[in-house]
Design a binder for this molecule. Sequence first.
Ligand code: ASP
Length: 341
Amino acid sequence: MKPRILIIYTGGTIGMIEDADTKVLKPFDFTHLMENVPKVKMLDYEIDNIQFHPPIDSSDMSIGHWQQIASAIADNYLGYDGFVVLHGTDTMAYTASALSFMLDNLHKPVIITGSQLPIGEVRTDGEENLITALQIAAARDSHGEPMVQEVAILFEDYLWRGNRATKRSADNFNAFKSYNYPYLAKIGLGINFDADALLRSPKRPLTLRLEMDAAVMSIDLFPGITPEAIAYHLAAPGIKGAVIRTYGAGNAPTSPAIIGAIRDAVKRGIVIVNVTQCVHGCVNSNRYETGDLLCAAGVVSGHDITFEAAMTKMMFLFGLGFGPVAVKKYLQTSLRGEITI
Ligand code: ASP
């Protein structure tokens, strides 16, 4: 039996072409993509595709698009061995995180990839990324089960857990990295999976959880930030949750006015989760007084979660209809391998 793979093409640089007049990159039709990768046919897979109309730059990605991608996967789940999502790199880590939450009990590969150079260019990384993503989506373990049973990002030399990855470079072919979790596979002469890093969860039927609540926002701390600015953001109409991006091991200024603004918001029922500005490492709120004060104000630790996963996880939890108590509880729980507890 040939592997059956469904490609979902959303847009991004991988499918872009240069406008002859303006020289600006703009989305092109998917047929262009397949024409430019004749090697795909050598894989001898059965490949179908679904395409966004029109394809989008991933800066325009929205909850509605995530719902479209997740629904396409759920609707075709039984008919395919794996799924490859072609996506712009800019918001790829957000989409990967969102899909990981929306696709509950996923047991097939959802491999997201894109490229830094358009697939039509001579030095493109898109061709290799697409072919490797297809091979990973078709890969089986020694029991004949899908090797990857989660949402993952394939880019250049590595396969990363989607909700652990972050875009780290606007130029480099190795554009993604997971700083707090090992790679799922290293791509070299072969595709070398790290069996211990791959997610395995109890076998249950896939459940699609479409509702995402956008009533979240973020605050980035910097020396000089005013309590008024913090209070203003946390008083935004309808806001239910916020990620506060703190220093180092989860530290914030000790100013009573700043801590007071945060405490007041928590008292009003806003869930605030502490995520470090450092790319590597973990929030450890009790290490310094500066972190301890946040904890005492009712801010919950995000542990080693990425900013992208924290934002989408809150959207997901509020989307499920949970109130602050349940949201706080699940922020402390690994739902899809997104945090280390
Ligand atoms: N702006 C593009 C996008 O995210 C960049 C890329 O694809 O790499 O859609």
